[in-house]
Structure formats: structure tokens, C-alpha cells
Ligand binder design. Structure first.
Ligand SMILES: Nc1nc2c(ncn2[C@@H]2O[C@H](COP(=O)(O)OP(=O)(O)OP(=O)(O)O)[C@@H](O)[C@H]2O)c(=O)[nH]1
Length: 595
């Protein structure tokens, strides 16, 4: 057990960083304590402005409790040494030692427990907490202990003065050194010097010290003038500037007091002298509060700017078309992708109605269908739209939109995301349409025919399938070339489309073969009329490349349900009927008849 303990102690005293810190602490404490005692002894000081304890409090608050022993010993040695060295009797020195140690232990413990760390400098409540836990509470405890220990040696009246002077001297010393020591512990000397250089604060620091020295000699109410440069530094240098200048200015004031240049005003109460020190605190603390508030607001502004920049970058570089509109539907912003996709310039878009850029069908849909959904639900998802691009093309998009409302529930802004699906739509179109004529291809036609069969079965509806094959198309190719043959196929496709209703389908199966699906048609006079109309339309001469060409078509008709109940049968029977028309001499139609 003893061996283990001695091993622990050995390890403790071999902790070189801790030894170094303790030695630095002892030296720093000794110098500050000697400075305080000497300034007090020099002249007219009313209370000892005690700077030293603050560095002990800061150091202890930054160390784990199990590492406190060595630094506390170092602080005790420095405290006792400073008092004995300056001729303080041993009994008094021991009382001071115990009281100061209590201050430092309590301050270190309270600050360590509160774990405020950097947060002390980022809010007014943080600064106040730093003073309360690191300065005022420890000072109250230390001064009370001193008074209790001194009670056997001095009169009650003197005890009251000791209490007041201890509190004010330690509070001013702590308020001066503690923020600076804490700041340096957190960010380091170099950082402090870097900020001073970067913000060009040296001239202001000199000015502040000069005013602190000259004002008491030359001006009435000198603290007013002293505080002006401090506020200036708070404004331009923030917390680091103020913690440094506060230390310099308070020391300059102490020197003034010690030299008798700053005298207490006449007062009828003994304790009234205490008020002599209050202006020092009143001069030093407000600039620190201002600096904290300035740093808070500038870091809040910086955070806001940062998030604004991120938002902007996200807005501009997101791979979707983004736009927003005011409640009247006018565009207030669009991103790069929106402009690039549509080809418009920013100035051509901003302030325009969003529907101005949509196809007439999409504009109608936005007004009549989408807007009511947005008003009701606040969002809408994946609405297909067509945007008219500047070059005259159409951009197919899927729109998702969200409506922002103010606190009273009125719409304030519409945020719109549009995904360009033109390529997808194009690929889909290509998969289901004939490349030459752009008519539905065999796949799409089969699908529609399948649906027509199902619907016909469900609703007992009739329809007609017409198989068409151009007559002697090969000779057109042979006589005028393949290219002109292509043009003729396109012309025929237009004519066929023009003869049917929009609900019907005409498809090119390949070569010179076409097929039609005409809804609601039964074998009757009307079907024959339509077939005759198609024959006439195709047979009209057309001029292609200056050549007048006449072509005819042979057609086979099959009816649902009479000639087949499924798509394959209907197609086969229409094809058979077409061949019958060919056999009948072409340029005619034939209805399927079972052989
Ligand atoms: N220009 C062009 N010709 C095509 C295309 N696809 C097929 N053809 C040609 O169209 C012709 C179709 O001929 P067929 O239907 O067999 O015979 P036809 O000359 O029309 O004679 P009938 O059908 O018996 O009246 C062939 O010469 C094919 O080479 C195409 O995409 N463009």
C-alpha cells in the first residue's frame, strides 16, 4: 500500500509538464503578489489590489483534481514567500496564506465544475458567470476567512475595514487578471498577439494607457476619459483587446494611486473610501461586456453569412431547376440550372409570371389544378409540366413545389423544384414511336389494342382494326429513290392521322404497312364511309421534291368483337382482309370474312 502510494507520488513528481506549469505559476504568482504589495506599500493605497490569485484560479480550473497538489504547493510557497519577503509577520502571512488558498481552491473548483470554458466569452451571461464563480464568490469566502482568523488580533471596526478592503482589492485584481489569464489559457499568447497585430490595436493600447496615466493628473472625473479608449478597443478589438487593455489600465491606475496622483475624495464615513475603488470596476467591466456583445453579434453575423453562402451555393449548384415565386405567381428568383436549361437571361425572367414560361396546357393545369392543391396541402409532387425554352423547344419537367406561409397563414412564397426529364421523355417517345413518321410503333399499338380489347370486353364496346399496306410502294423507291419514298411515307402518315379522331390511333408497323384502331365502330355503313375516306385521302396526288406522286393503299378491316376477341386474332384477321383487298385489285378495302 505504502509502496503503491510512493510510486504514485514518484510518478506525480515525474510529470514534467505539471512541474513546468507549477514552476511558472509560482514565479508568476510571486511577481504579481510582490507587485501588489509594493504598490500598496509605496503610497496612498487604501486596499491591496491583489492580482495574483486570478492566475492560480485559472490554472487550477484547467487541471484535473488529482493534479492539483503540486500547483497548489507552488502557489502556497509563492504567497508565503511574497509576504515574508516584504516583511509581513509570520502569523499574518499564514492568515493571508490560508485565506488566499481558500480563494484559489474555491475559484478553481467552481470554474472547473461549471465547465464554461470558451463559452464564458461568447455571451453576457458567460462573462457574468466567470466573474461570479471565478472572482466574487471566492473573494467573499477568502475575505470572510481572513476576517475570522484576524478577529483575535484586531478590533471589530478594523475587521469591517479589512473585509471591505479585501473584497474590493481582490475583486479589482481578479476582474483585471482573470479574463486575460483565461483567454491566454484557451487560445495562447501567440493568438493574442496575432489579433492585436491583425486589428492594429497597439496604438489604441498605448492611447488607453496614456489616458489612464494623464487623465488623473490633468482632468476632473478622469475615469470618464479612461473608459473612452477602452470602449473604442471593445468596438474594434473585441474581447482579446479588452482583456489585455484592462490589465494594463488597471495597473496604471494602481500605480497612480500608489504615487498619490489619484486621491480619494473627502468623505465623512471611513468606509466611504471604499467607493474610491468602485470607478475602477465601473471603468473596466462595461467595455468587456460590450466586447463580448460585439463578438457575439459578429460571430452570429458570420454564422448567418456562412449559412447564407452555403444556401446560395446549394441553390445555384444543385442539379435541379430551382425557382421561387411571390404569391401572385411572379418569379422572384431562379438558379443557374433553370437559366441554362431554358436559355433565358436572368433579367428576362425575374418579375415575369411563372405561367408565361409554360406551355398553354401546363399553364392551365397550374392555375386550375396545381394551385388549389398547393393552397390546400402546402405541397405538390412530381407534376409533369412543359416549359417553353427561349429557342422555341420544349423542356419536359417534373415539378415539385412547396408553399411558404407567414404566421397568419397567408402564402408568402412558392418554392419550386423542376427536374428536367426531357431526355427521359424523349427516350420513352423513341421507344414507342416510329423514328420516320413519329407515329406510334408496333409496341405502342399492341398495347393500345390490348387495352381496347379489355375495355371492349368490360363495357361491351365495338371497335375496328384496319390494316393498311401501300400499293406498289417498291416502285416509288425504285423510281424516285429511297429518300423520296421516306417523304411519301411521312406524307401518308399525316393524311392518315388527319382522317381519324384524336381518340383513335394510327401506327406504322414498318415498311409501307400501317394499322389503325378506330373506337366505337361496328361493321356498318359508317365504317365503310371512313374506309372510303381514307382511300380518297391517300390517293390524292402529292408533290415531293417537285415530283407529283400518286399512291394508293389496300386495307383490311376486322371488327371487335365479331372478328376476334383478342389483339392477335384481330391483327391477323385484318391482315388477311388486307391481302384480300390486294387480290381484289388494290386501292380498295375488304372486311374480314371467315374462309
Ligand atoms: N423508302 C422506304 N422504303 C421502305 C422502308 N421500309 C421498307 N421499304 C420498302 O417498301 C417496299 C415494300 O414493298 P412491298 O410492300 O413488299 O411491296 P409493294 O411494292 O408495296 O407491293 P404491294 O404491297 O404488293 O402492293 C420494299 O421495297 C421495302 O424495301 C422505309 O422505311 N423507307
Amino acid at each position: 500500500m505504502i509502496a503503491a502510494k510512493s510510486g504514485l507520488l514518484r510518478a506525480y513528481f515525474h510529470d514534467w509538464p505539471l512541474l513546468r506549469v507549477s514552476a511558472q505559476l509560482m514565479l508568476g504568482y510571486l511577481l504579481l503578489a510582490l507587485l501588489s504589495i509594493c504598490l500598496f506599500r509605496l503610497g496612498n493605497g487604501i486596499a491591496v489590489i491583489w492580482f495574483a490569485n486570478a492566475i492560480g484560479i485559472v490554472a487550477l480550473s484547467r487541471l484535473a483534481y488529482q493534479r492539483w497538489l503540486l500547483p497548489v504547493l507552488a502557489l502556497a510557497v509563492a504567497n508565503l514567500g511574497a509576504n515574508l519577503f516584504t516583511g509581513t509577520p509570520l502569523s499574518l502571512s499564514l492568515i493571508y496564506l490560508l485565506s488566499n488558498l481558500l480563494e484559489m481552491l474555491l475559484g478553481g473548483f467552481l470554474l472547473r465544475r461549471s465547465q464554461g470554458e470558451a463559452g464564458y466569452f461568447f455571451s453576457l451571461s458567460g462573462i457574468l458567470r466567470l466573474f461570479w464563480l471565478g472572482v466574487l464568490l471566492p473573494v467573499l469566502a477568502g475575505s470572510l476567512l481572513a476576517v475570522v482568523l484576524l478577529s483575535t488580533q484586531v478590533t471589530v471596526a478594523s475587521l469591517w475595514l479589512v473585509l471591505l478592503h479585501w473584497i474590493e482589492g481582490s475583486a479589482i485584481g481578479g476582474a483585471t487578471i482573470l479574463p486575460l489569464a483565461y483567454w491566454i489559457c484557451l487560445y495562447g499568447w501567440r493568438s493574442l498577439l496575432g489579433i492585436l497585430l491583425q486589428k492594429r490595436l497597439f496604438a489604441l493600447l498605448l492611447l488607453a494607457v496614456a489616458v489612464a496615466i494623464l487623465a488623473p493628473m490633468a482632468l476632473p472625473f478622469p475615469f470618464i476619459y479612461m473608459s473612452l479608449p477602452l470602449f473604442w478597443i471593445a468596438y474594434s478589438g473585441g474581447v482579446p483587446g479588452v482583456v489585455l487593455v484592462n490589465m494594463l489600465v488597471s495597473m496604471a491606475i494602481c500605480v497612480q494611486i500608489s504615487l498619490g496622483l489619484l486621491l480619494p475624495p473627502p468623505t465623512i464615513y471611513t468606509w466611504g473610501y471604499t467607493l474610491f475603488y468602485l470607478p475602477i470596476l465601473a471603468t473596466l467591466l462595461p467595455p468587456l461586456m460590450l466586447a463580448t456583445a460585439m463578438d457575439m453579434s459578429s460571430s452570429a453575423v458570420a454564422a448567418l453569412e456562412h449559412s447564407e453562402r452555403r444556401y446560395r451555393s446549394l441553390y445555384q449548384h444543385t442539379p435541379a431547376m430551382l425557382s421561387s415565386c411571390d404569391p401572385s405567381g411572379h418569379i422572384v428568383s431562379v438558379n443557374e440550372v433553370w437559366l441554362r436549361t431554358t436559355g433565358f437571361h436572368y433579367a428576362e425572367v425575374i418579375g415575369q409570371e411563372a405561367s408565361h414560361f409554360l406551355s398553354s396546357e401546363s399553364a392551365r393545369q397550374l392555375q386550375q389544378e396545381v394551385w388549389p392543391i398547393l393552397l390546400r396541402e402546402g405541397v405538390c409532387h412530381n407534376i409533369p409540366q412543359q416549359i417553353n425554352s427561349k429557342s422555341g423547344g420544349v423542356v419536359e419537367v417534373l415539378m415539385t413545389a412547396a408553399l411558404e406561409r407567414n404566421e397568419s397563414g397567408s402564402p408568402t412564397r412558392l418554392l419550386v423544384v423542376q427536374l428536367d426529364i426531357s431526355d427521359k421523355v424523349k427516350a420513352q417517345h423513341q421507344a414507342y414511336h416510329d423514328a420516320l413518321t413519329q407515329l406510334p410503333n408496333r409496341m405502342l399499338f399492341s398495347d393500345r389494342l390490348e387495352q381496347a380489347c379489355q375495355q371492349g370486353n368490360r363495357n361491351h364496346e365495338n371497335f375496328c382494326v384496319i390494316f393498311l399496306d401501300l400499293d406498289h410502294f417498291k416502285t416509288i423507291n425504285d423510281d424516285y429513290g429511297h429518300e423520296l419514298g421516306d417523304q411519301l411515307l411521312v406524307e401518308v402518315s399525316h393524311r392518315l392521322s388527319a382522317t381519324i379522331r384524336s381518340s383513335d390511333t394510327v401506327s406504322r408497323l414498318g415498311g409501307d404497312e400501317f394499322v389503325m384502331l378506330l373506337g366505337g365502330l361496328a361493321p356498318c355503313e359508317e365504317a365503310a364511309q371512313i374506309a372510303a375516306k381514307i382511300l380518297t385521302a391517300v390517293a390524292q396526288p402529292c408533290t415531293l421534291n417537285g415530283v407529283v406522286i400518286t399512291i394508293s393503299v389496300s386495307m383490311g378491316l376486322a371488327f371487335y368483337p365479331d372478328d376476334g376477341l383478342d389483339s392477335v386474332t384481330l391483327m391477323r384477321h385484318a391482315d388477311e382482309a388486307m391481302y384480300r383487298a390486294k387480290r381484289l385489285g388494290r386501292n380498295c378495302f375488304a372486311q374480314y370474312t371467315p374462309s
